[in-house]
Design a protein around this ligand. Structure first.
Ligand code: NAP
Length: 314
């Protein structure tokens, strides 16, 4: 049986992969907390904090697994924004988010390079400024500026550092990931259902373009990459576009059988207000490389239907 070392095994996205590993693949985990706590015991757990790049490199270099998958990140976009330096010349490594999202993946790449291992790291469409999406795999990430969040920029830096260190690595970008409820961190779909049930949904954006990612597709694509060890950039997202308002309306209609009249809002207007963290308006990902691996990606319309029919699964 082959093995994969997973960082971020407790995460919203990574916990699905470790609960549904490819056939014949044993999962070891590394990070602050073992996925034991969410009922998924790994074959081995290496305790390591991603703020410590040297320790991360050592864990990867010394692990017996030949493939490493990184789902770990600082993902609280608004919280991470508070770490954006006041001046462009400031040292980014003073930001904990930069250390976790950029320096730790680079350290994984160094550890993998030393021993001929394959690395897959997860990224986001927030590396783009969101004015010309949906974005193809080859589109260049945007520079840090008022339209790119500190989170997005640190993730883009993680990609850049991984590619520079280990050109044979794979980067998997995703966008607004959602899955059947599992008892861990909620996602956009879970939030819509919770607020929709209590009648507390705020106005939802009609002008924001998104391509929501069905999380089981991420597990399939990562599984295919584990098997094929293919380098490059792979987008995993709905091949069709929607908006938060369109997604929420269809999800609540699939859940209840009645089409709700949800209040509408504008992200472009919201971003004019002071202190609001930038997010892509015309965002989303164009897919193609993942299908070339032999994977079928789920449209948001099919994902919503699957969600409405799904119970609580791990
Ligand atoms: N969620 C989204 O909307 C979204 C959208 C696009 C892309 N992504 C990307 O998808 C990936 C997974 O995101 P997610 O939302 O599933 O993540 P998540 O649920 O927020 O979990 C974050 C993971 O990172 C680990 N982690 C964070 N800081 C760490 C540290 N200092 N040391 C060790 N481990 C640390 C956490 O471990 P603990 O158990 O110790 O907390 C947890 O496993 C990330 O690369 C993210 O950038 C997410």
């Amino acid at each position: 049986m082959s093995g994969v070392l997973v960082f971020g095994a407790t995460s919203l996205v990574g916990s699905h992969f470790v609960a549904h590993p490819p056939a014949g693949v044993a999962i070891a985990a590394a990070g602050r907390r073992s996925p034991d706590r969410i009922g998924i015991p790994p074959t081995r757990f290496d305790a390591v904090d991603l703020h410590d790049a040297k320790a991360v490199e050592t864990v990867v270099a010394e692990s017996p697994e030949l493939v490493v998958v990184n789902f770990a990140a600082r993902t609280d976009v608004d919280g991470v924004e508070r770490e954006r330096p006041a001046v462009a010349s400031a040292d980014p490594t003073l930001s904990n988010a930069y250390r976790v999202n950029a320096l730790a993946p680079e350290a994984m790449a160094r550890g993998a390079r030393a021993n001929g291992k394959f690395l897959i790291t997860i990224s986001t469409d927030f590396i783009f400024d969101g004015h010309r999406g949906p974005y193809a795999e080859a589109a260049p990430p945007d520079p840090l500026g008022p339209r790119v969040s500190w989170y997005g920029w640190t993730k883009g830096e993680g990609e850049r550092r991984v590619r520079a260190t280990l050109p044979q690595a794979a980067v998997v970008r995703i966008s607004y990931p959602y899955r059947p409820p599992f008892g861990g961190k909620s996602d956009f779909a879970g939030w819509v259902r919770e607020k929709g049930r209590s009648g507390a949904l705020p106005p939802l954006y009609t002008d924001q373009q998104i391509t929501p990612t069905w999380i089981p597709d991420v597990s399939s694509v990562v599984g295919a990459l584990v098997a094929q060890r293919r380098p490059g950039t792979f987008h995993v997202a709905s091949p069709t576009l929607t908006s938060p308002h369109g997604f929420a309306t269809a999800l609540l209609e699939a859940d209840t059988g009645r089409r709700p009249e949800l209040a509408t809002g504008s992200l472009a207007n919201r971003l004019q207000e002071p202190g609001v963290t930038p997010r892509p308006v015309r965002g989303g990902l164009v897919t193609g490389a993942a299908q070339a691996l032999g994977c079928v990606l789920t449209s948001w319309e099919d994902g919503v239907r699957a969600l409405a029919g799904a119970g609580r699964v791990p």
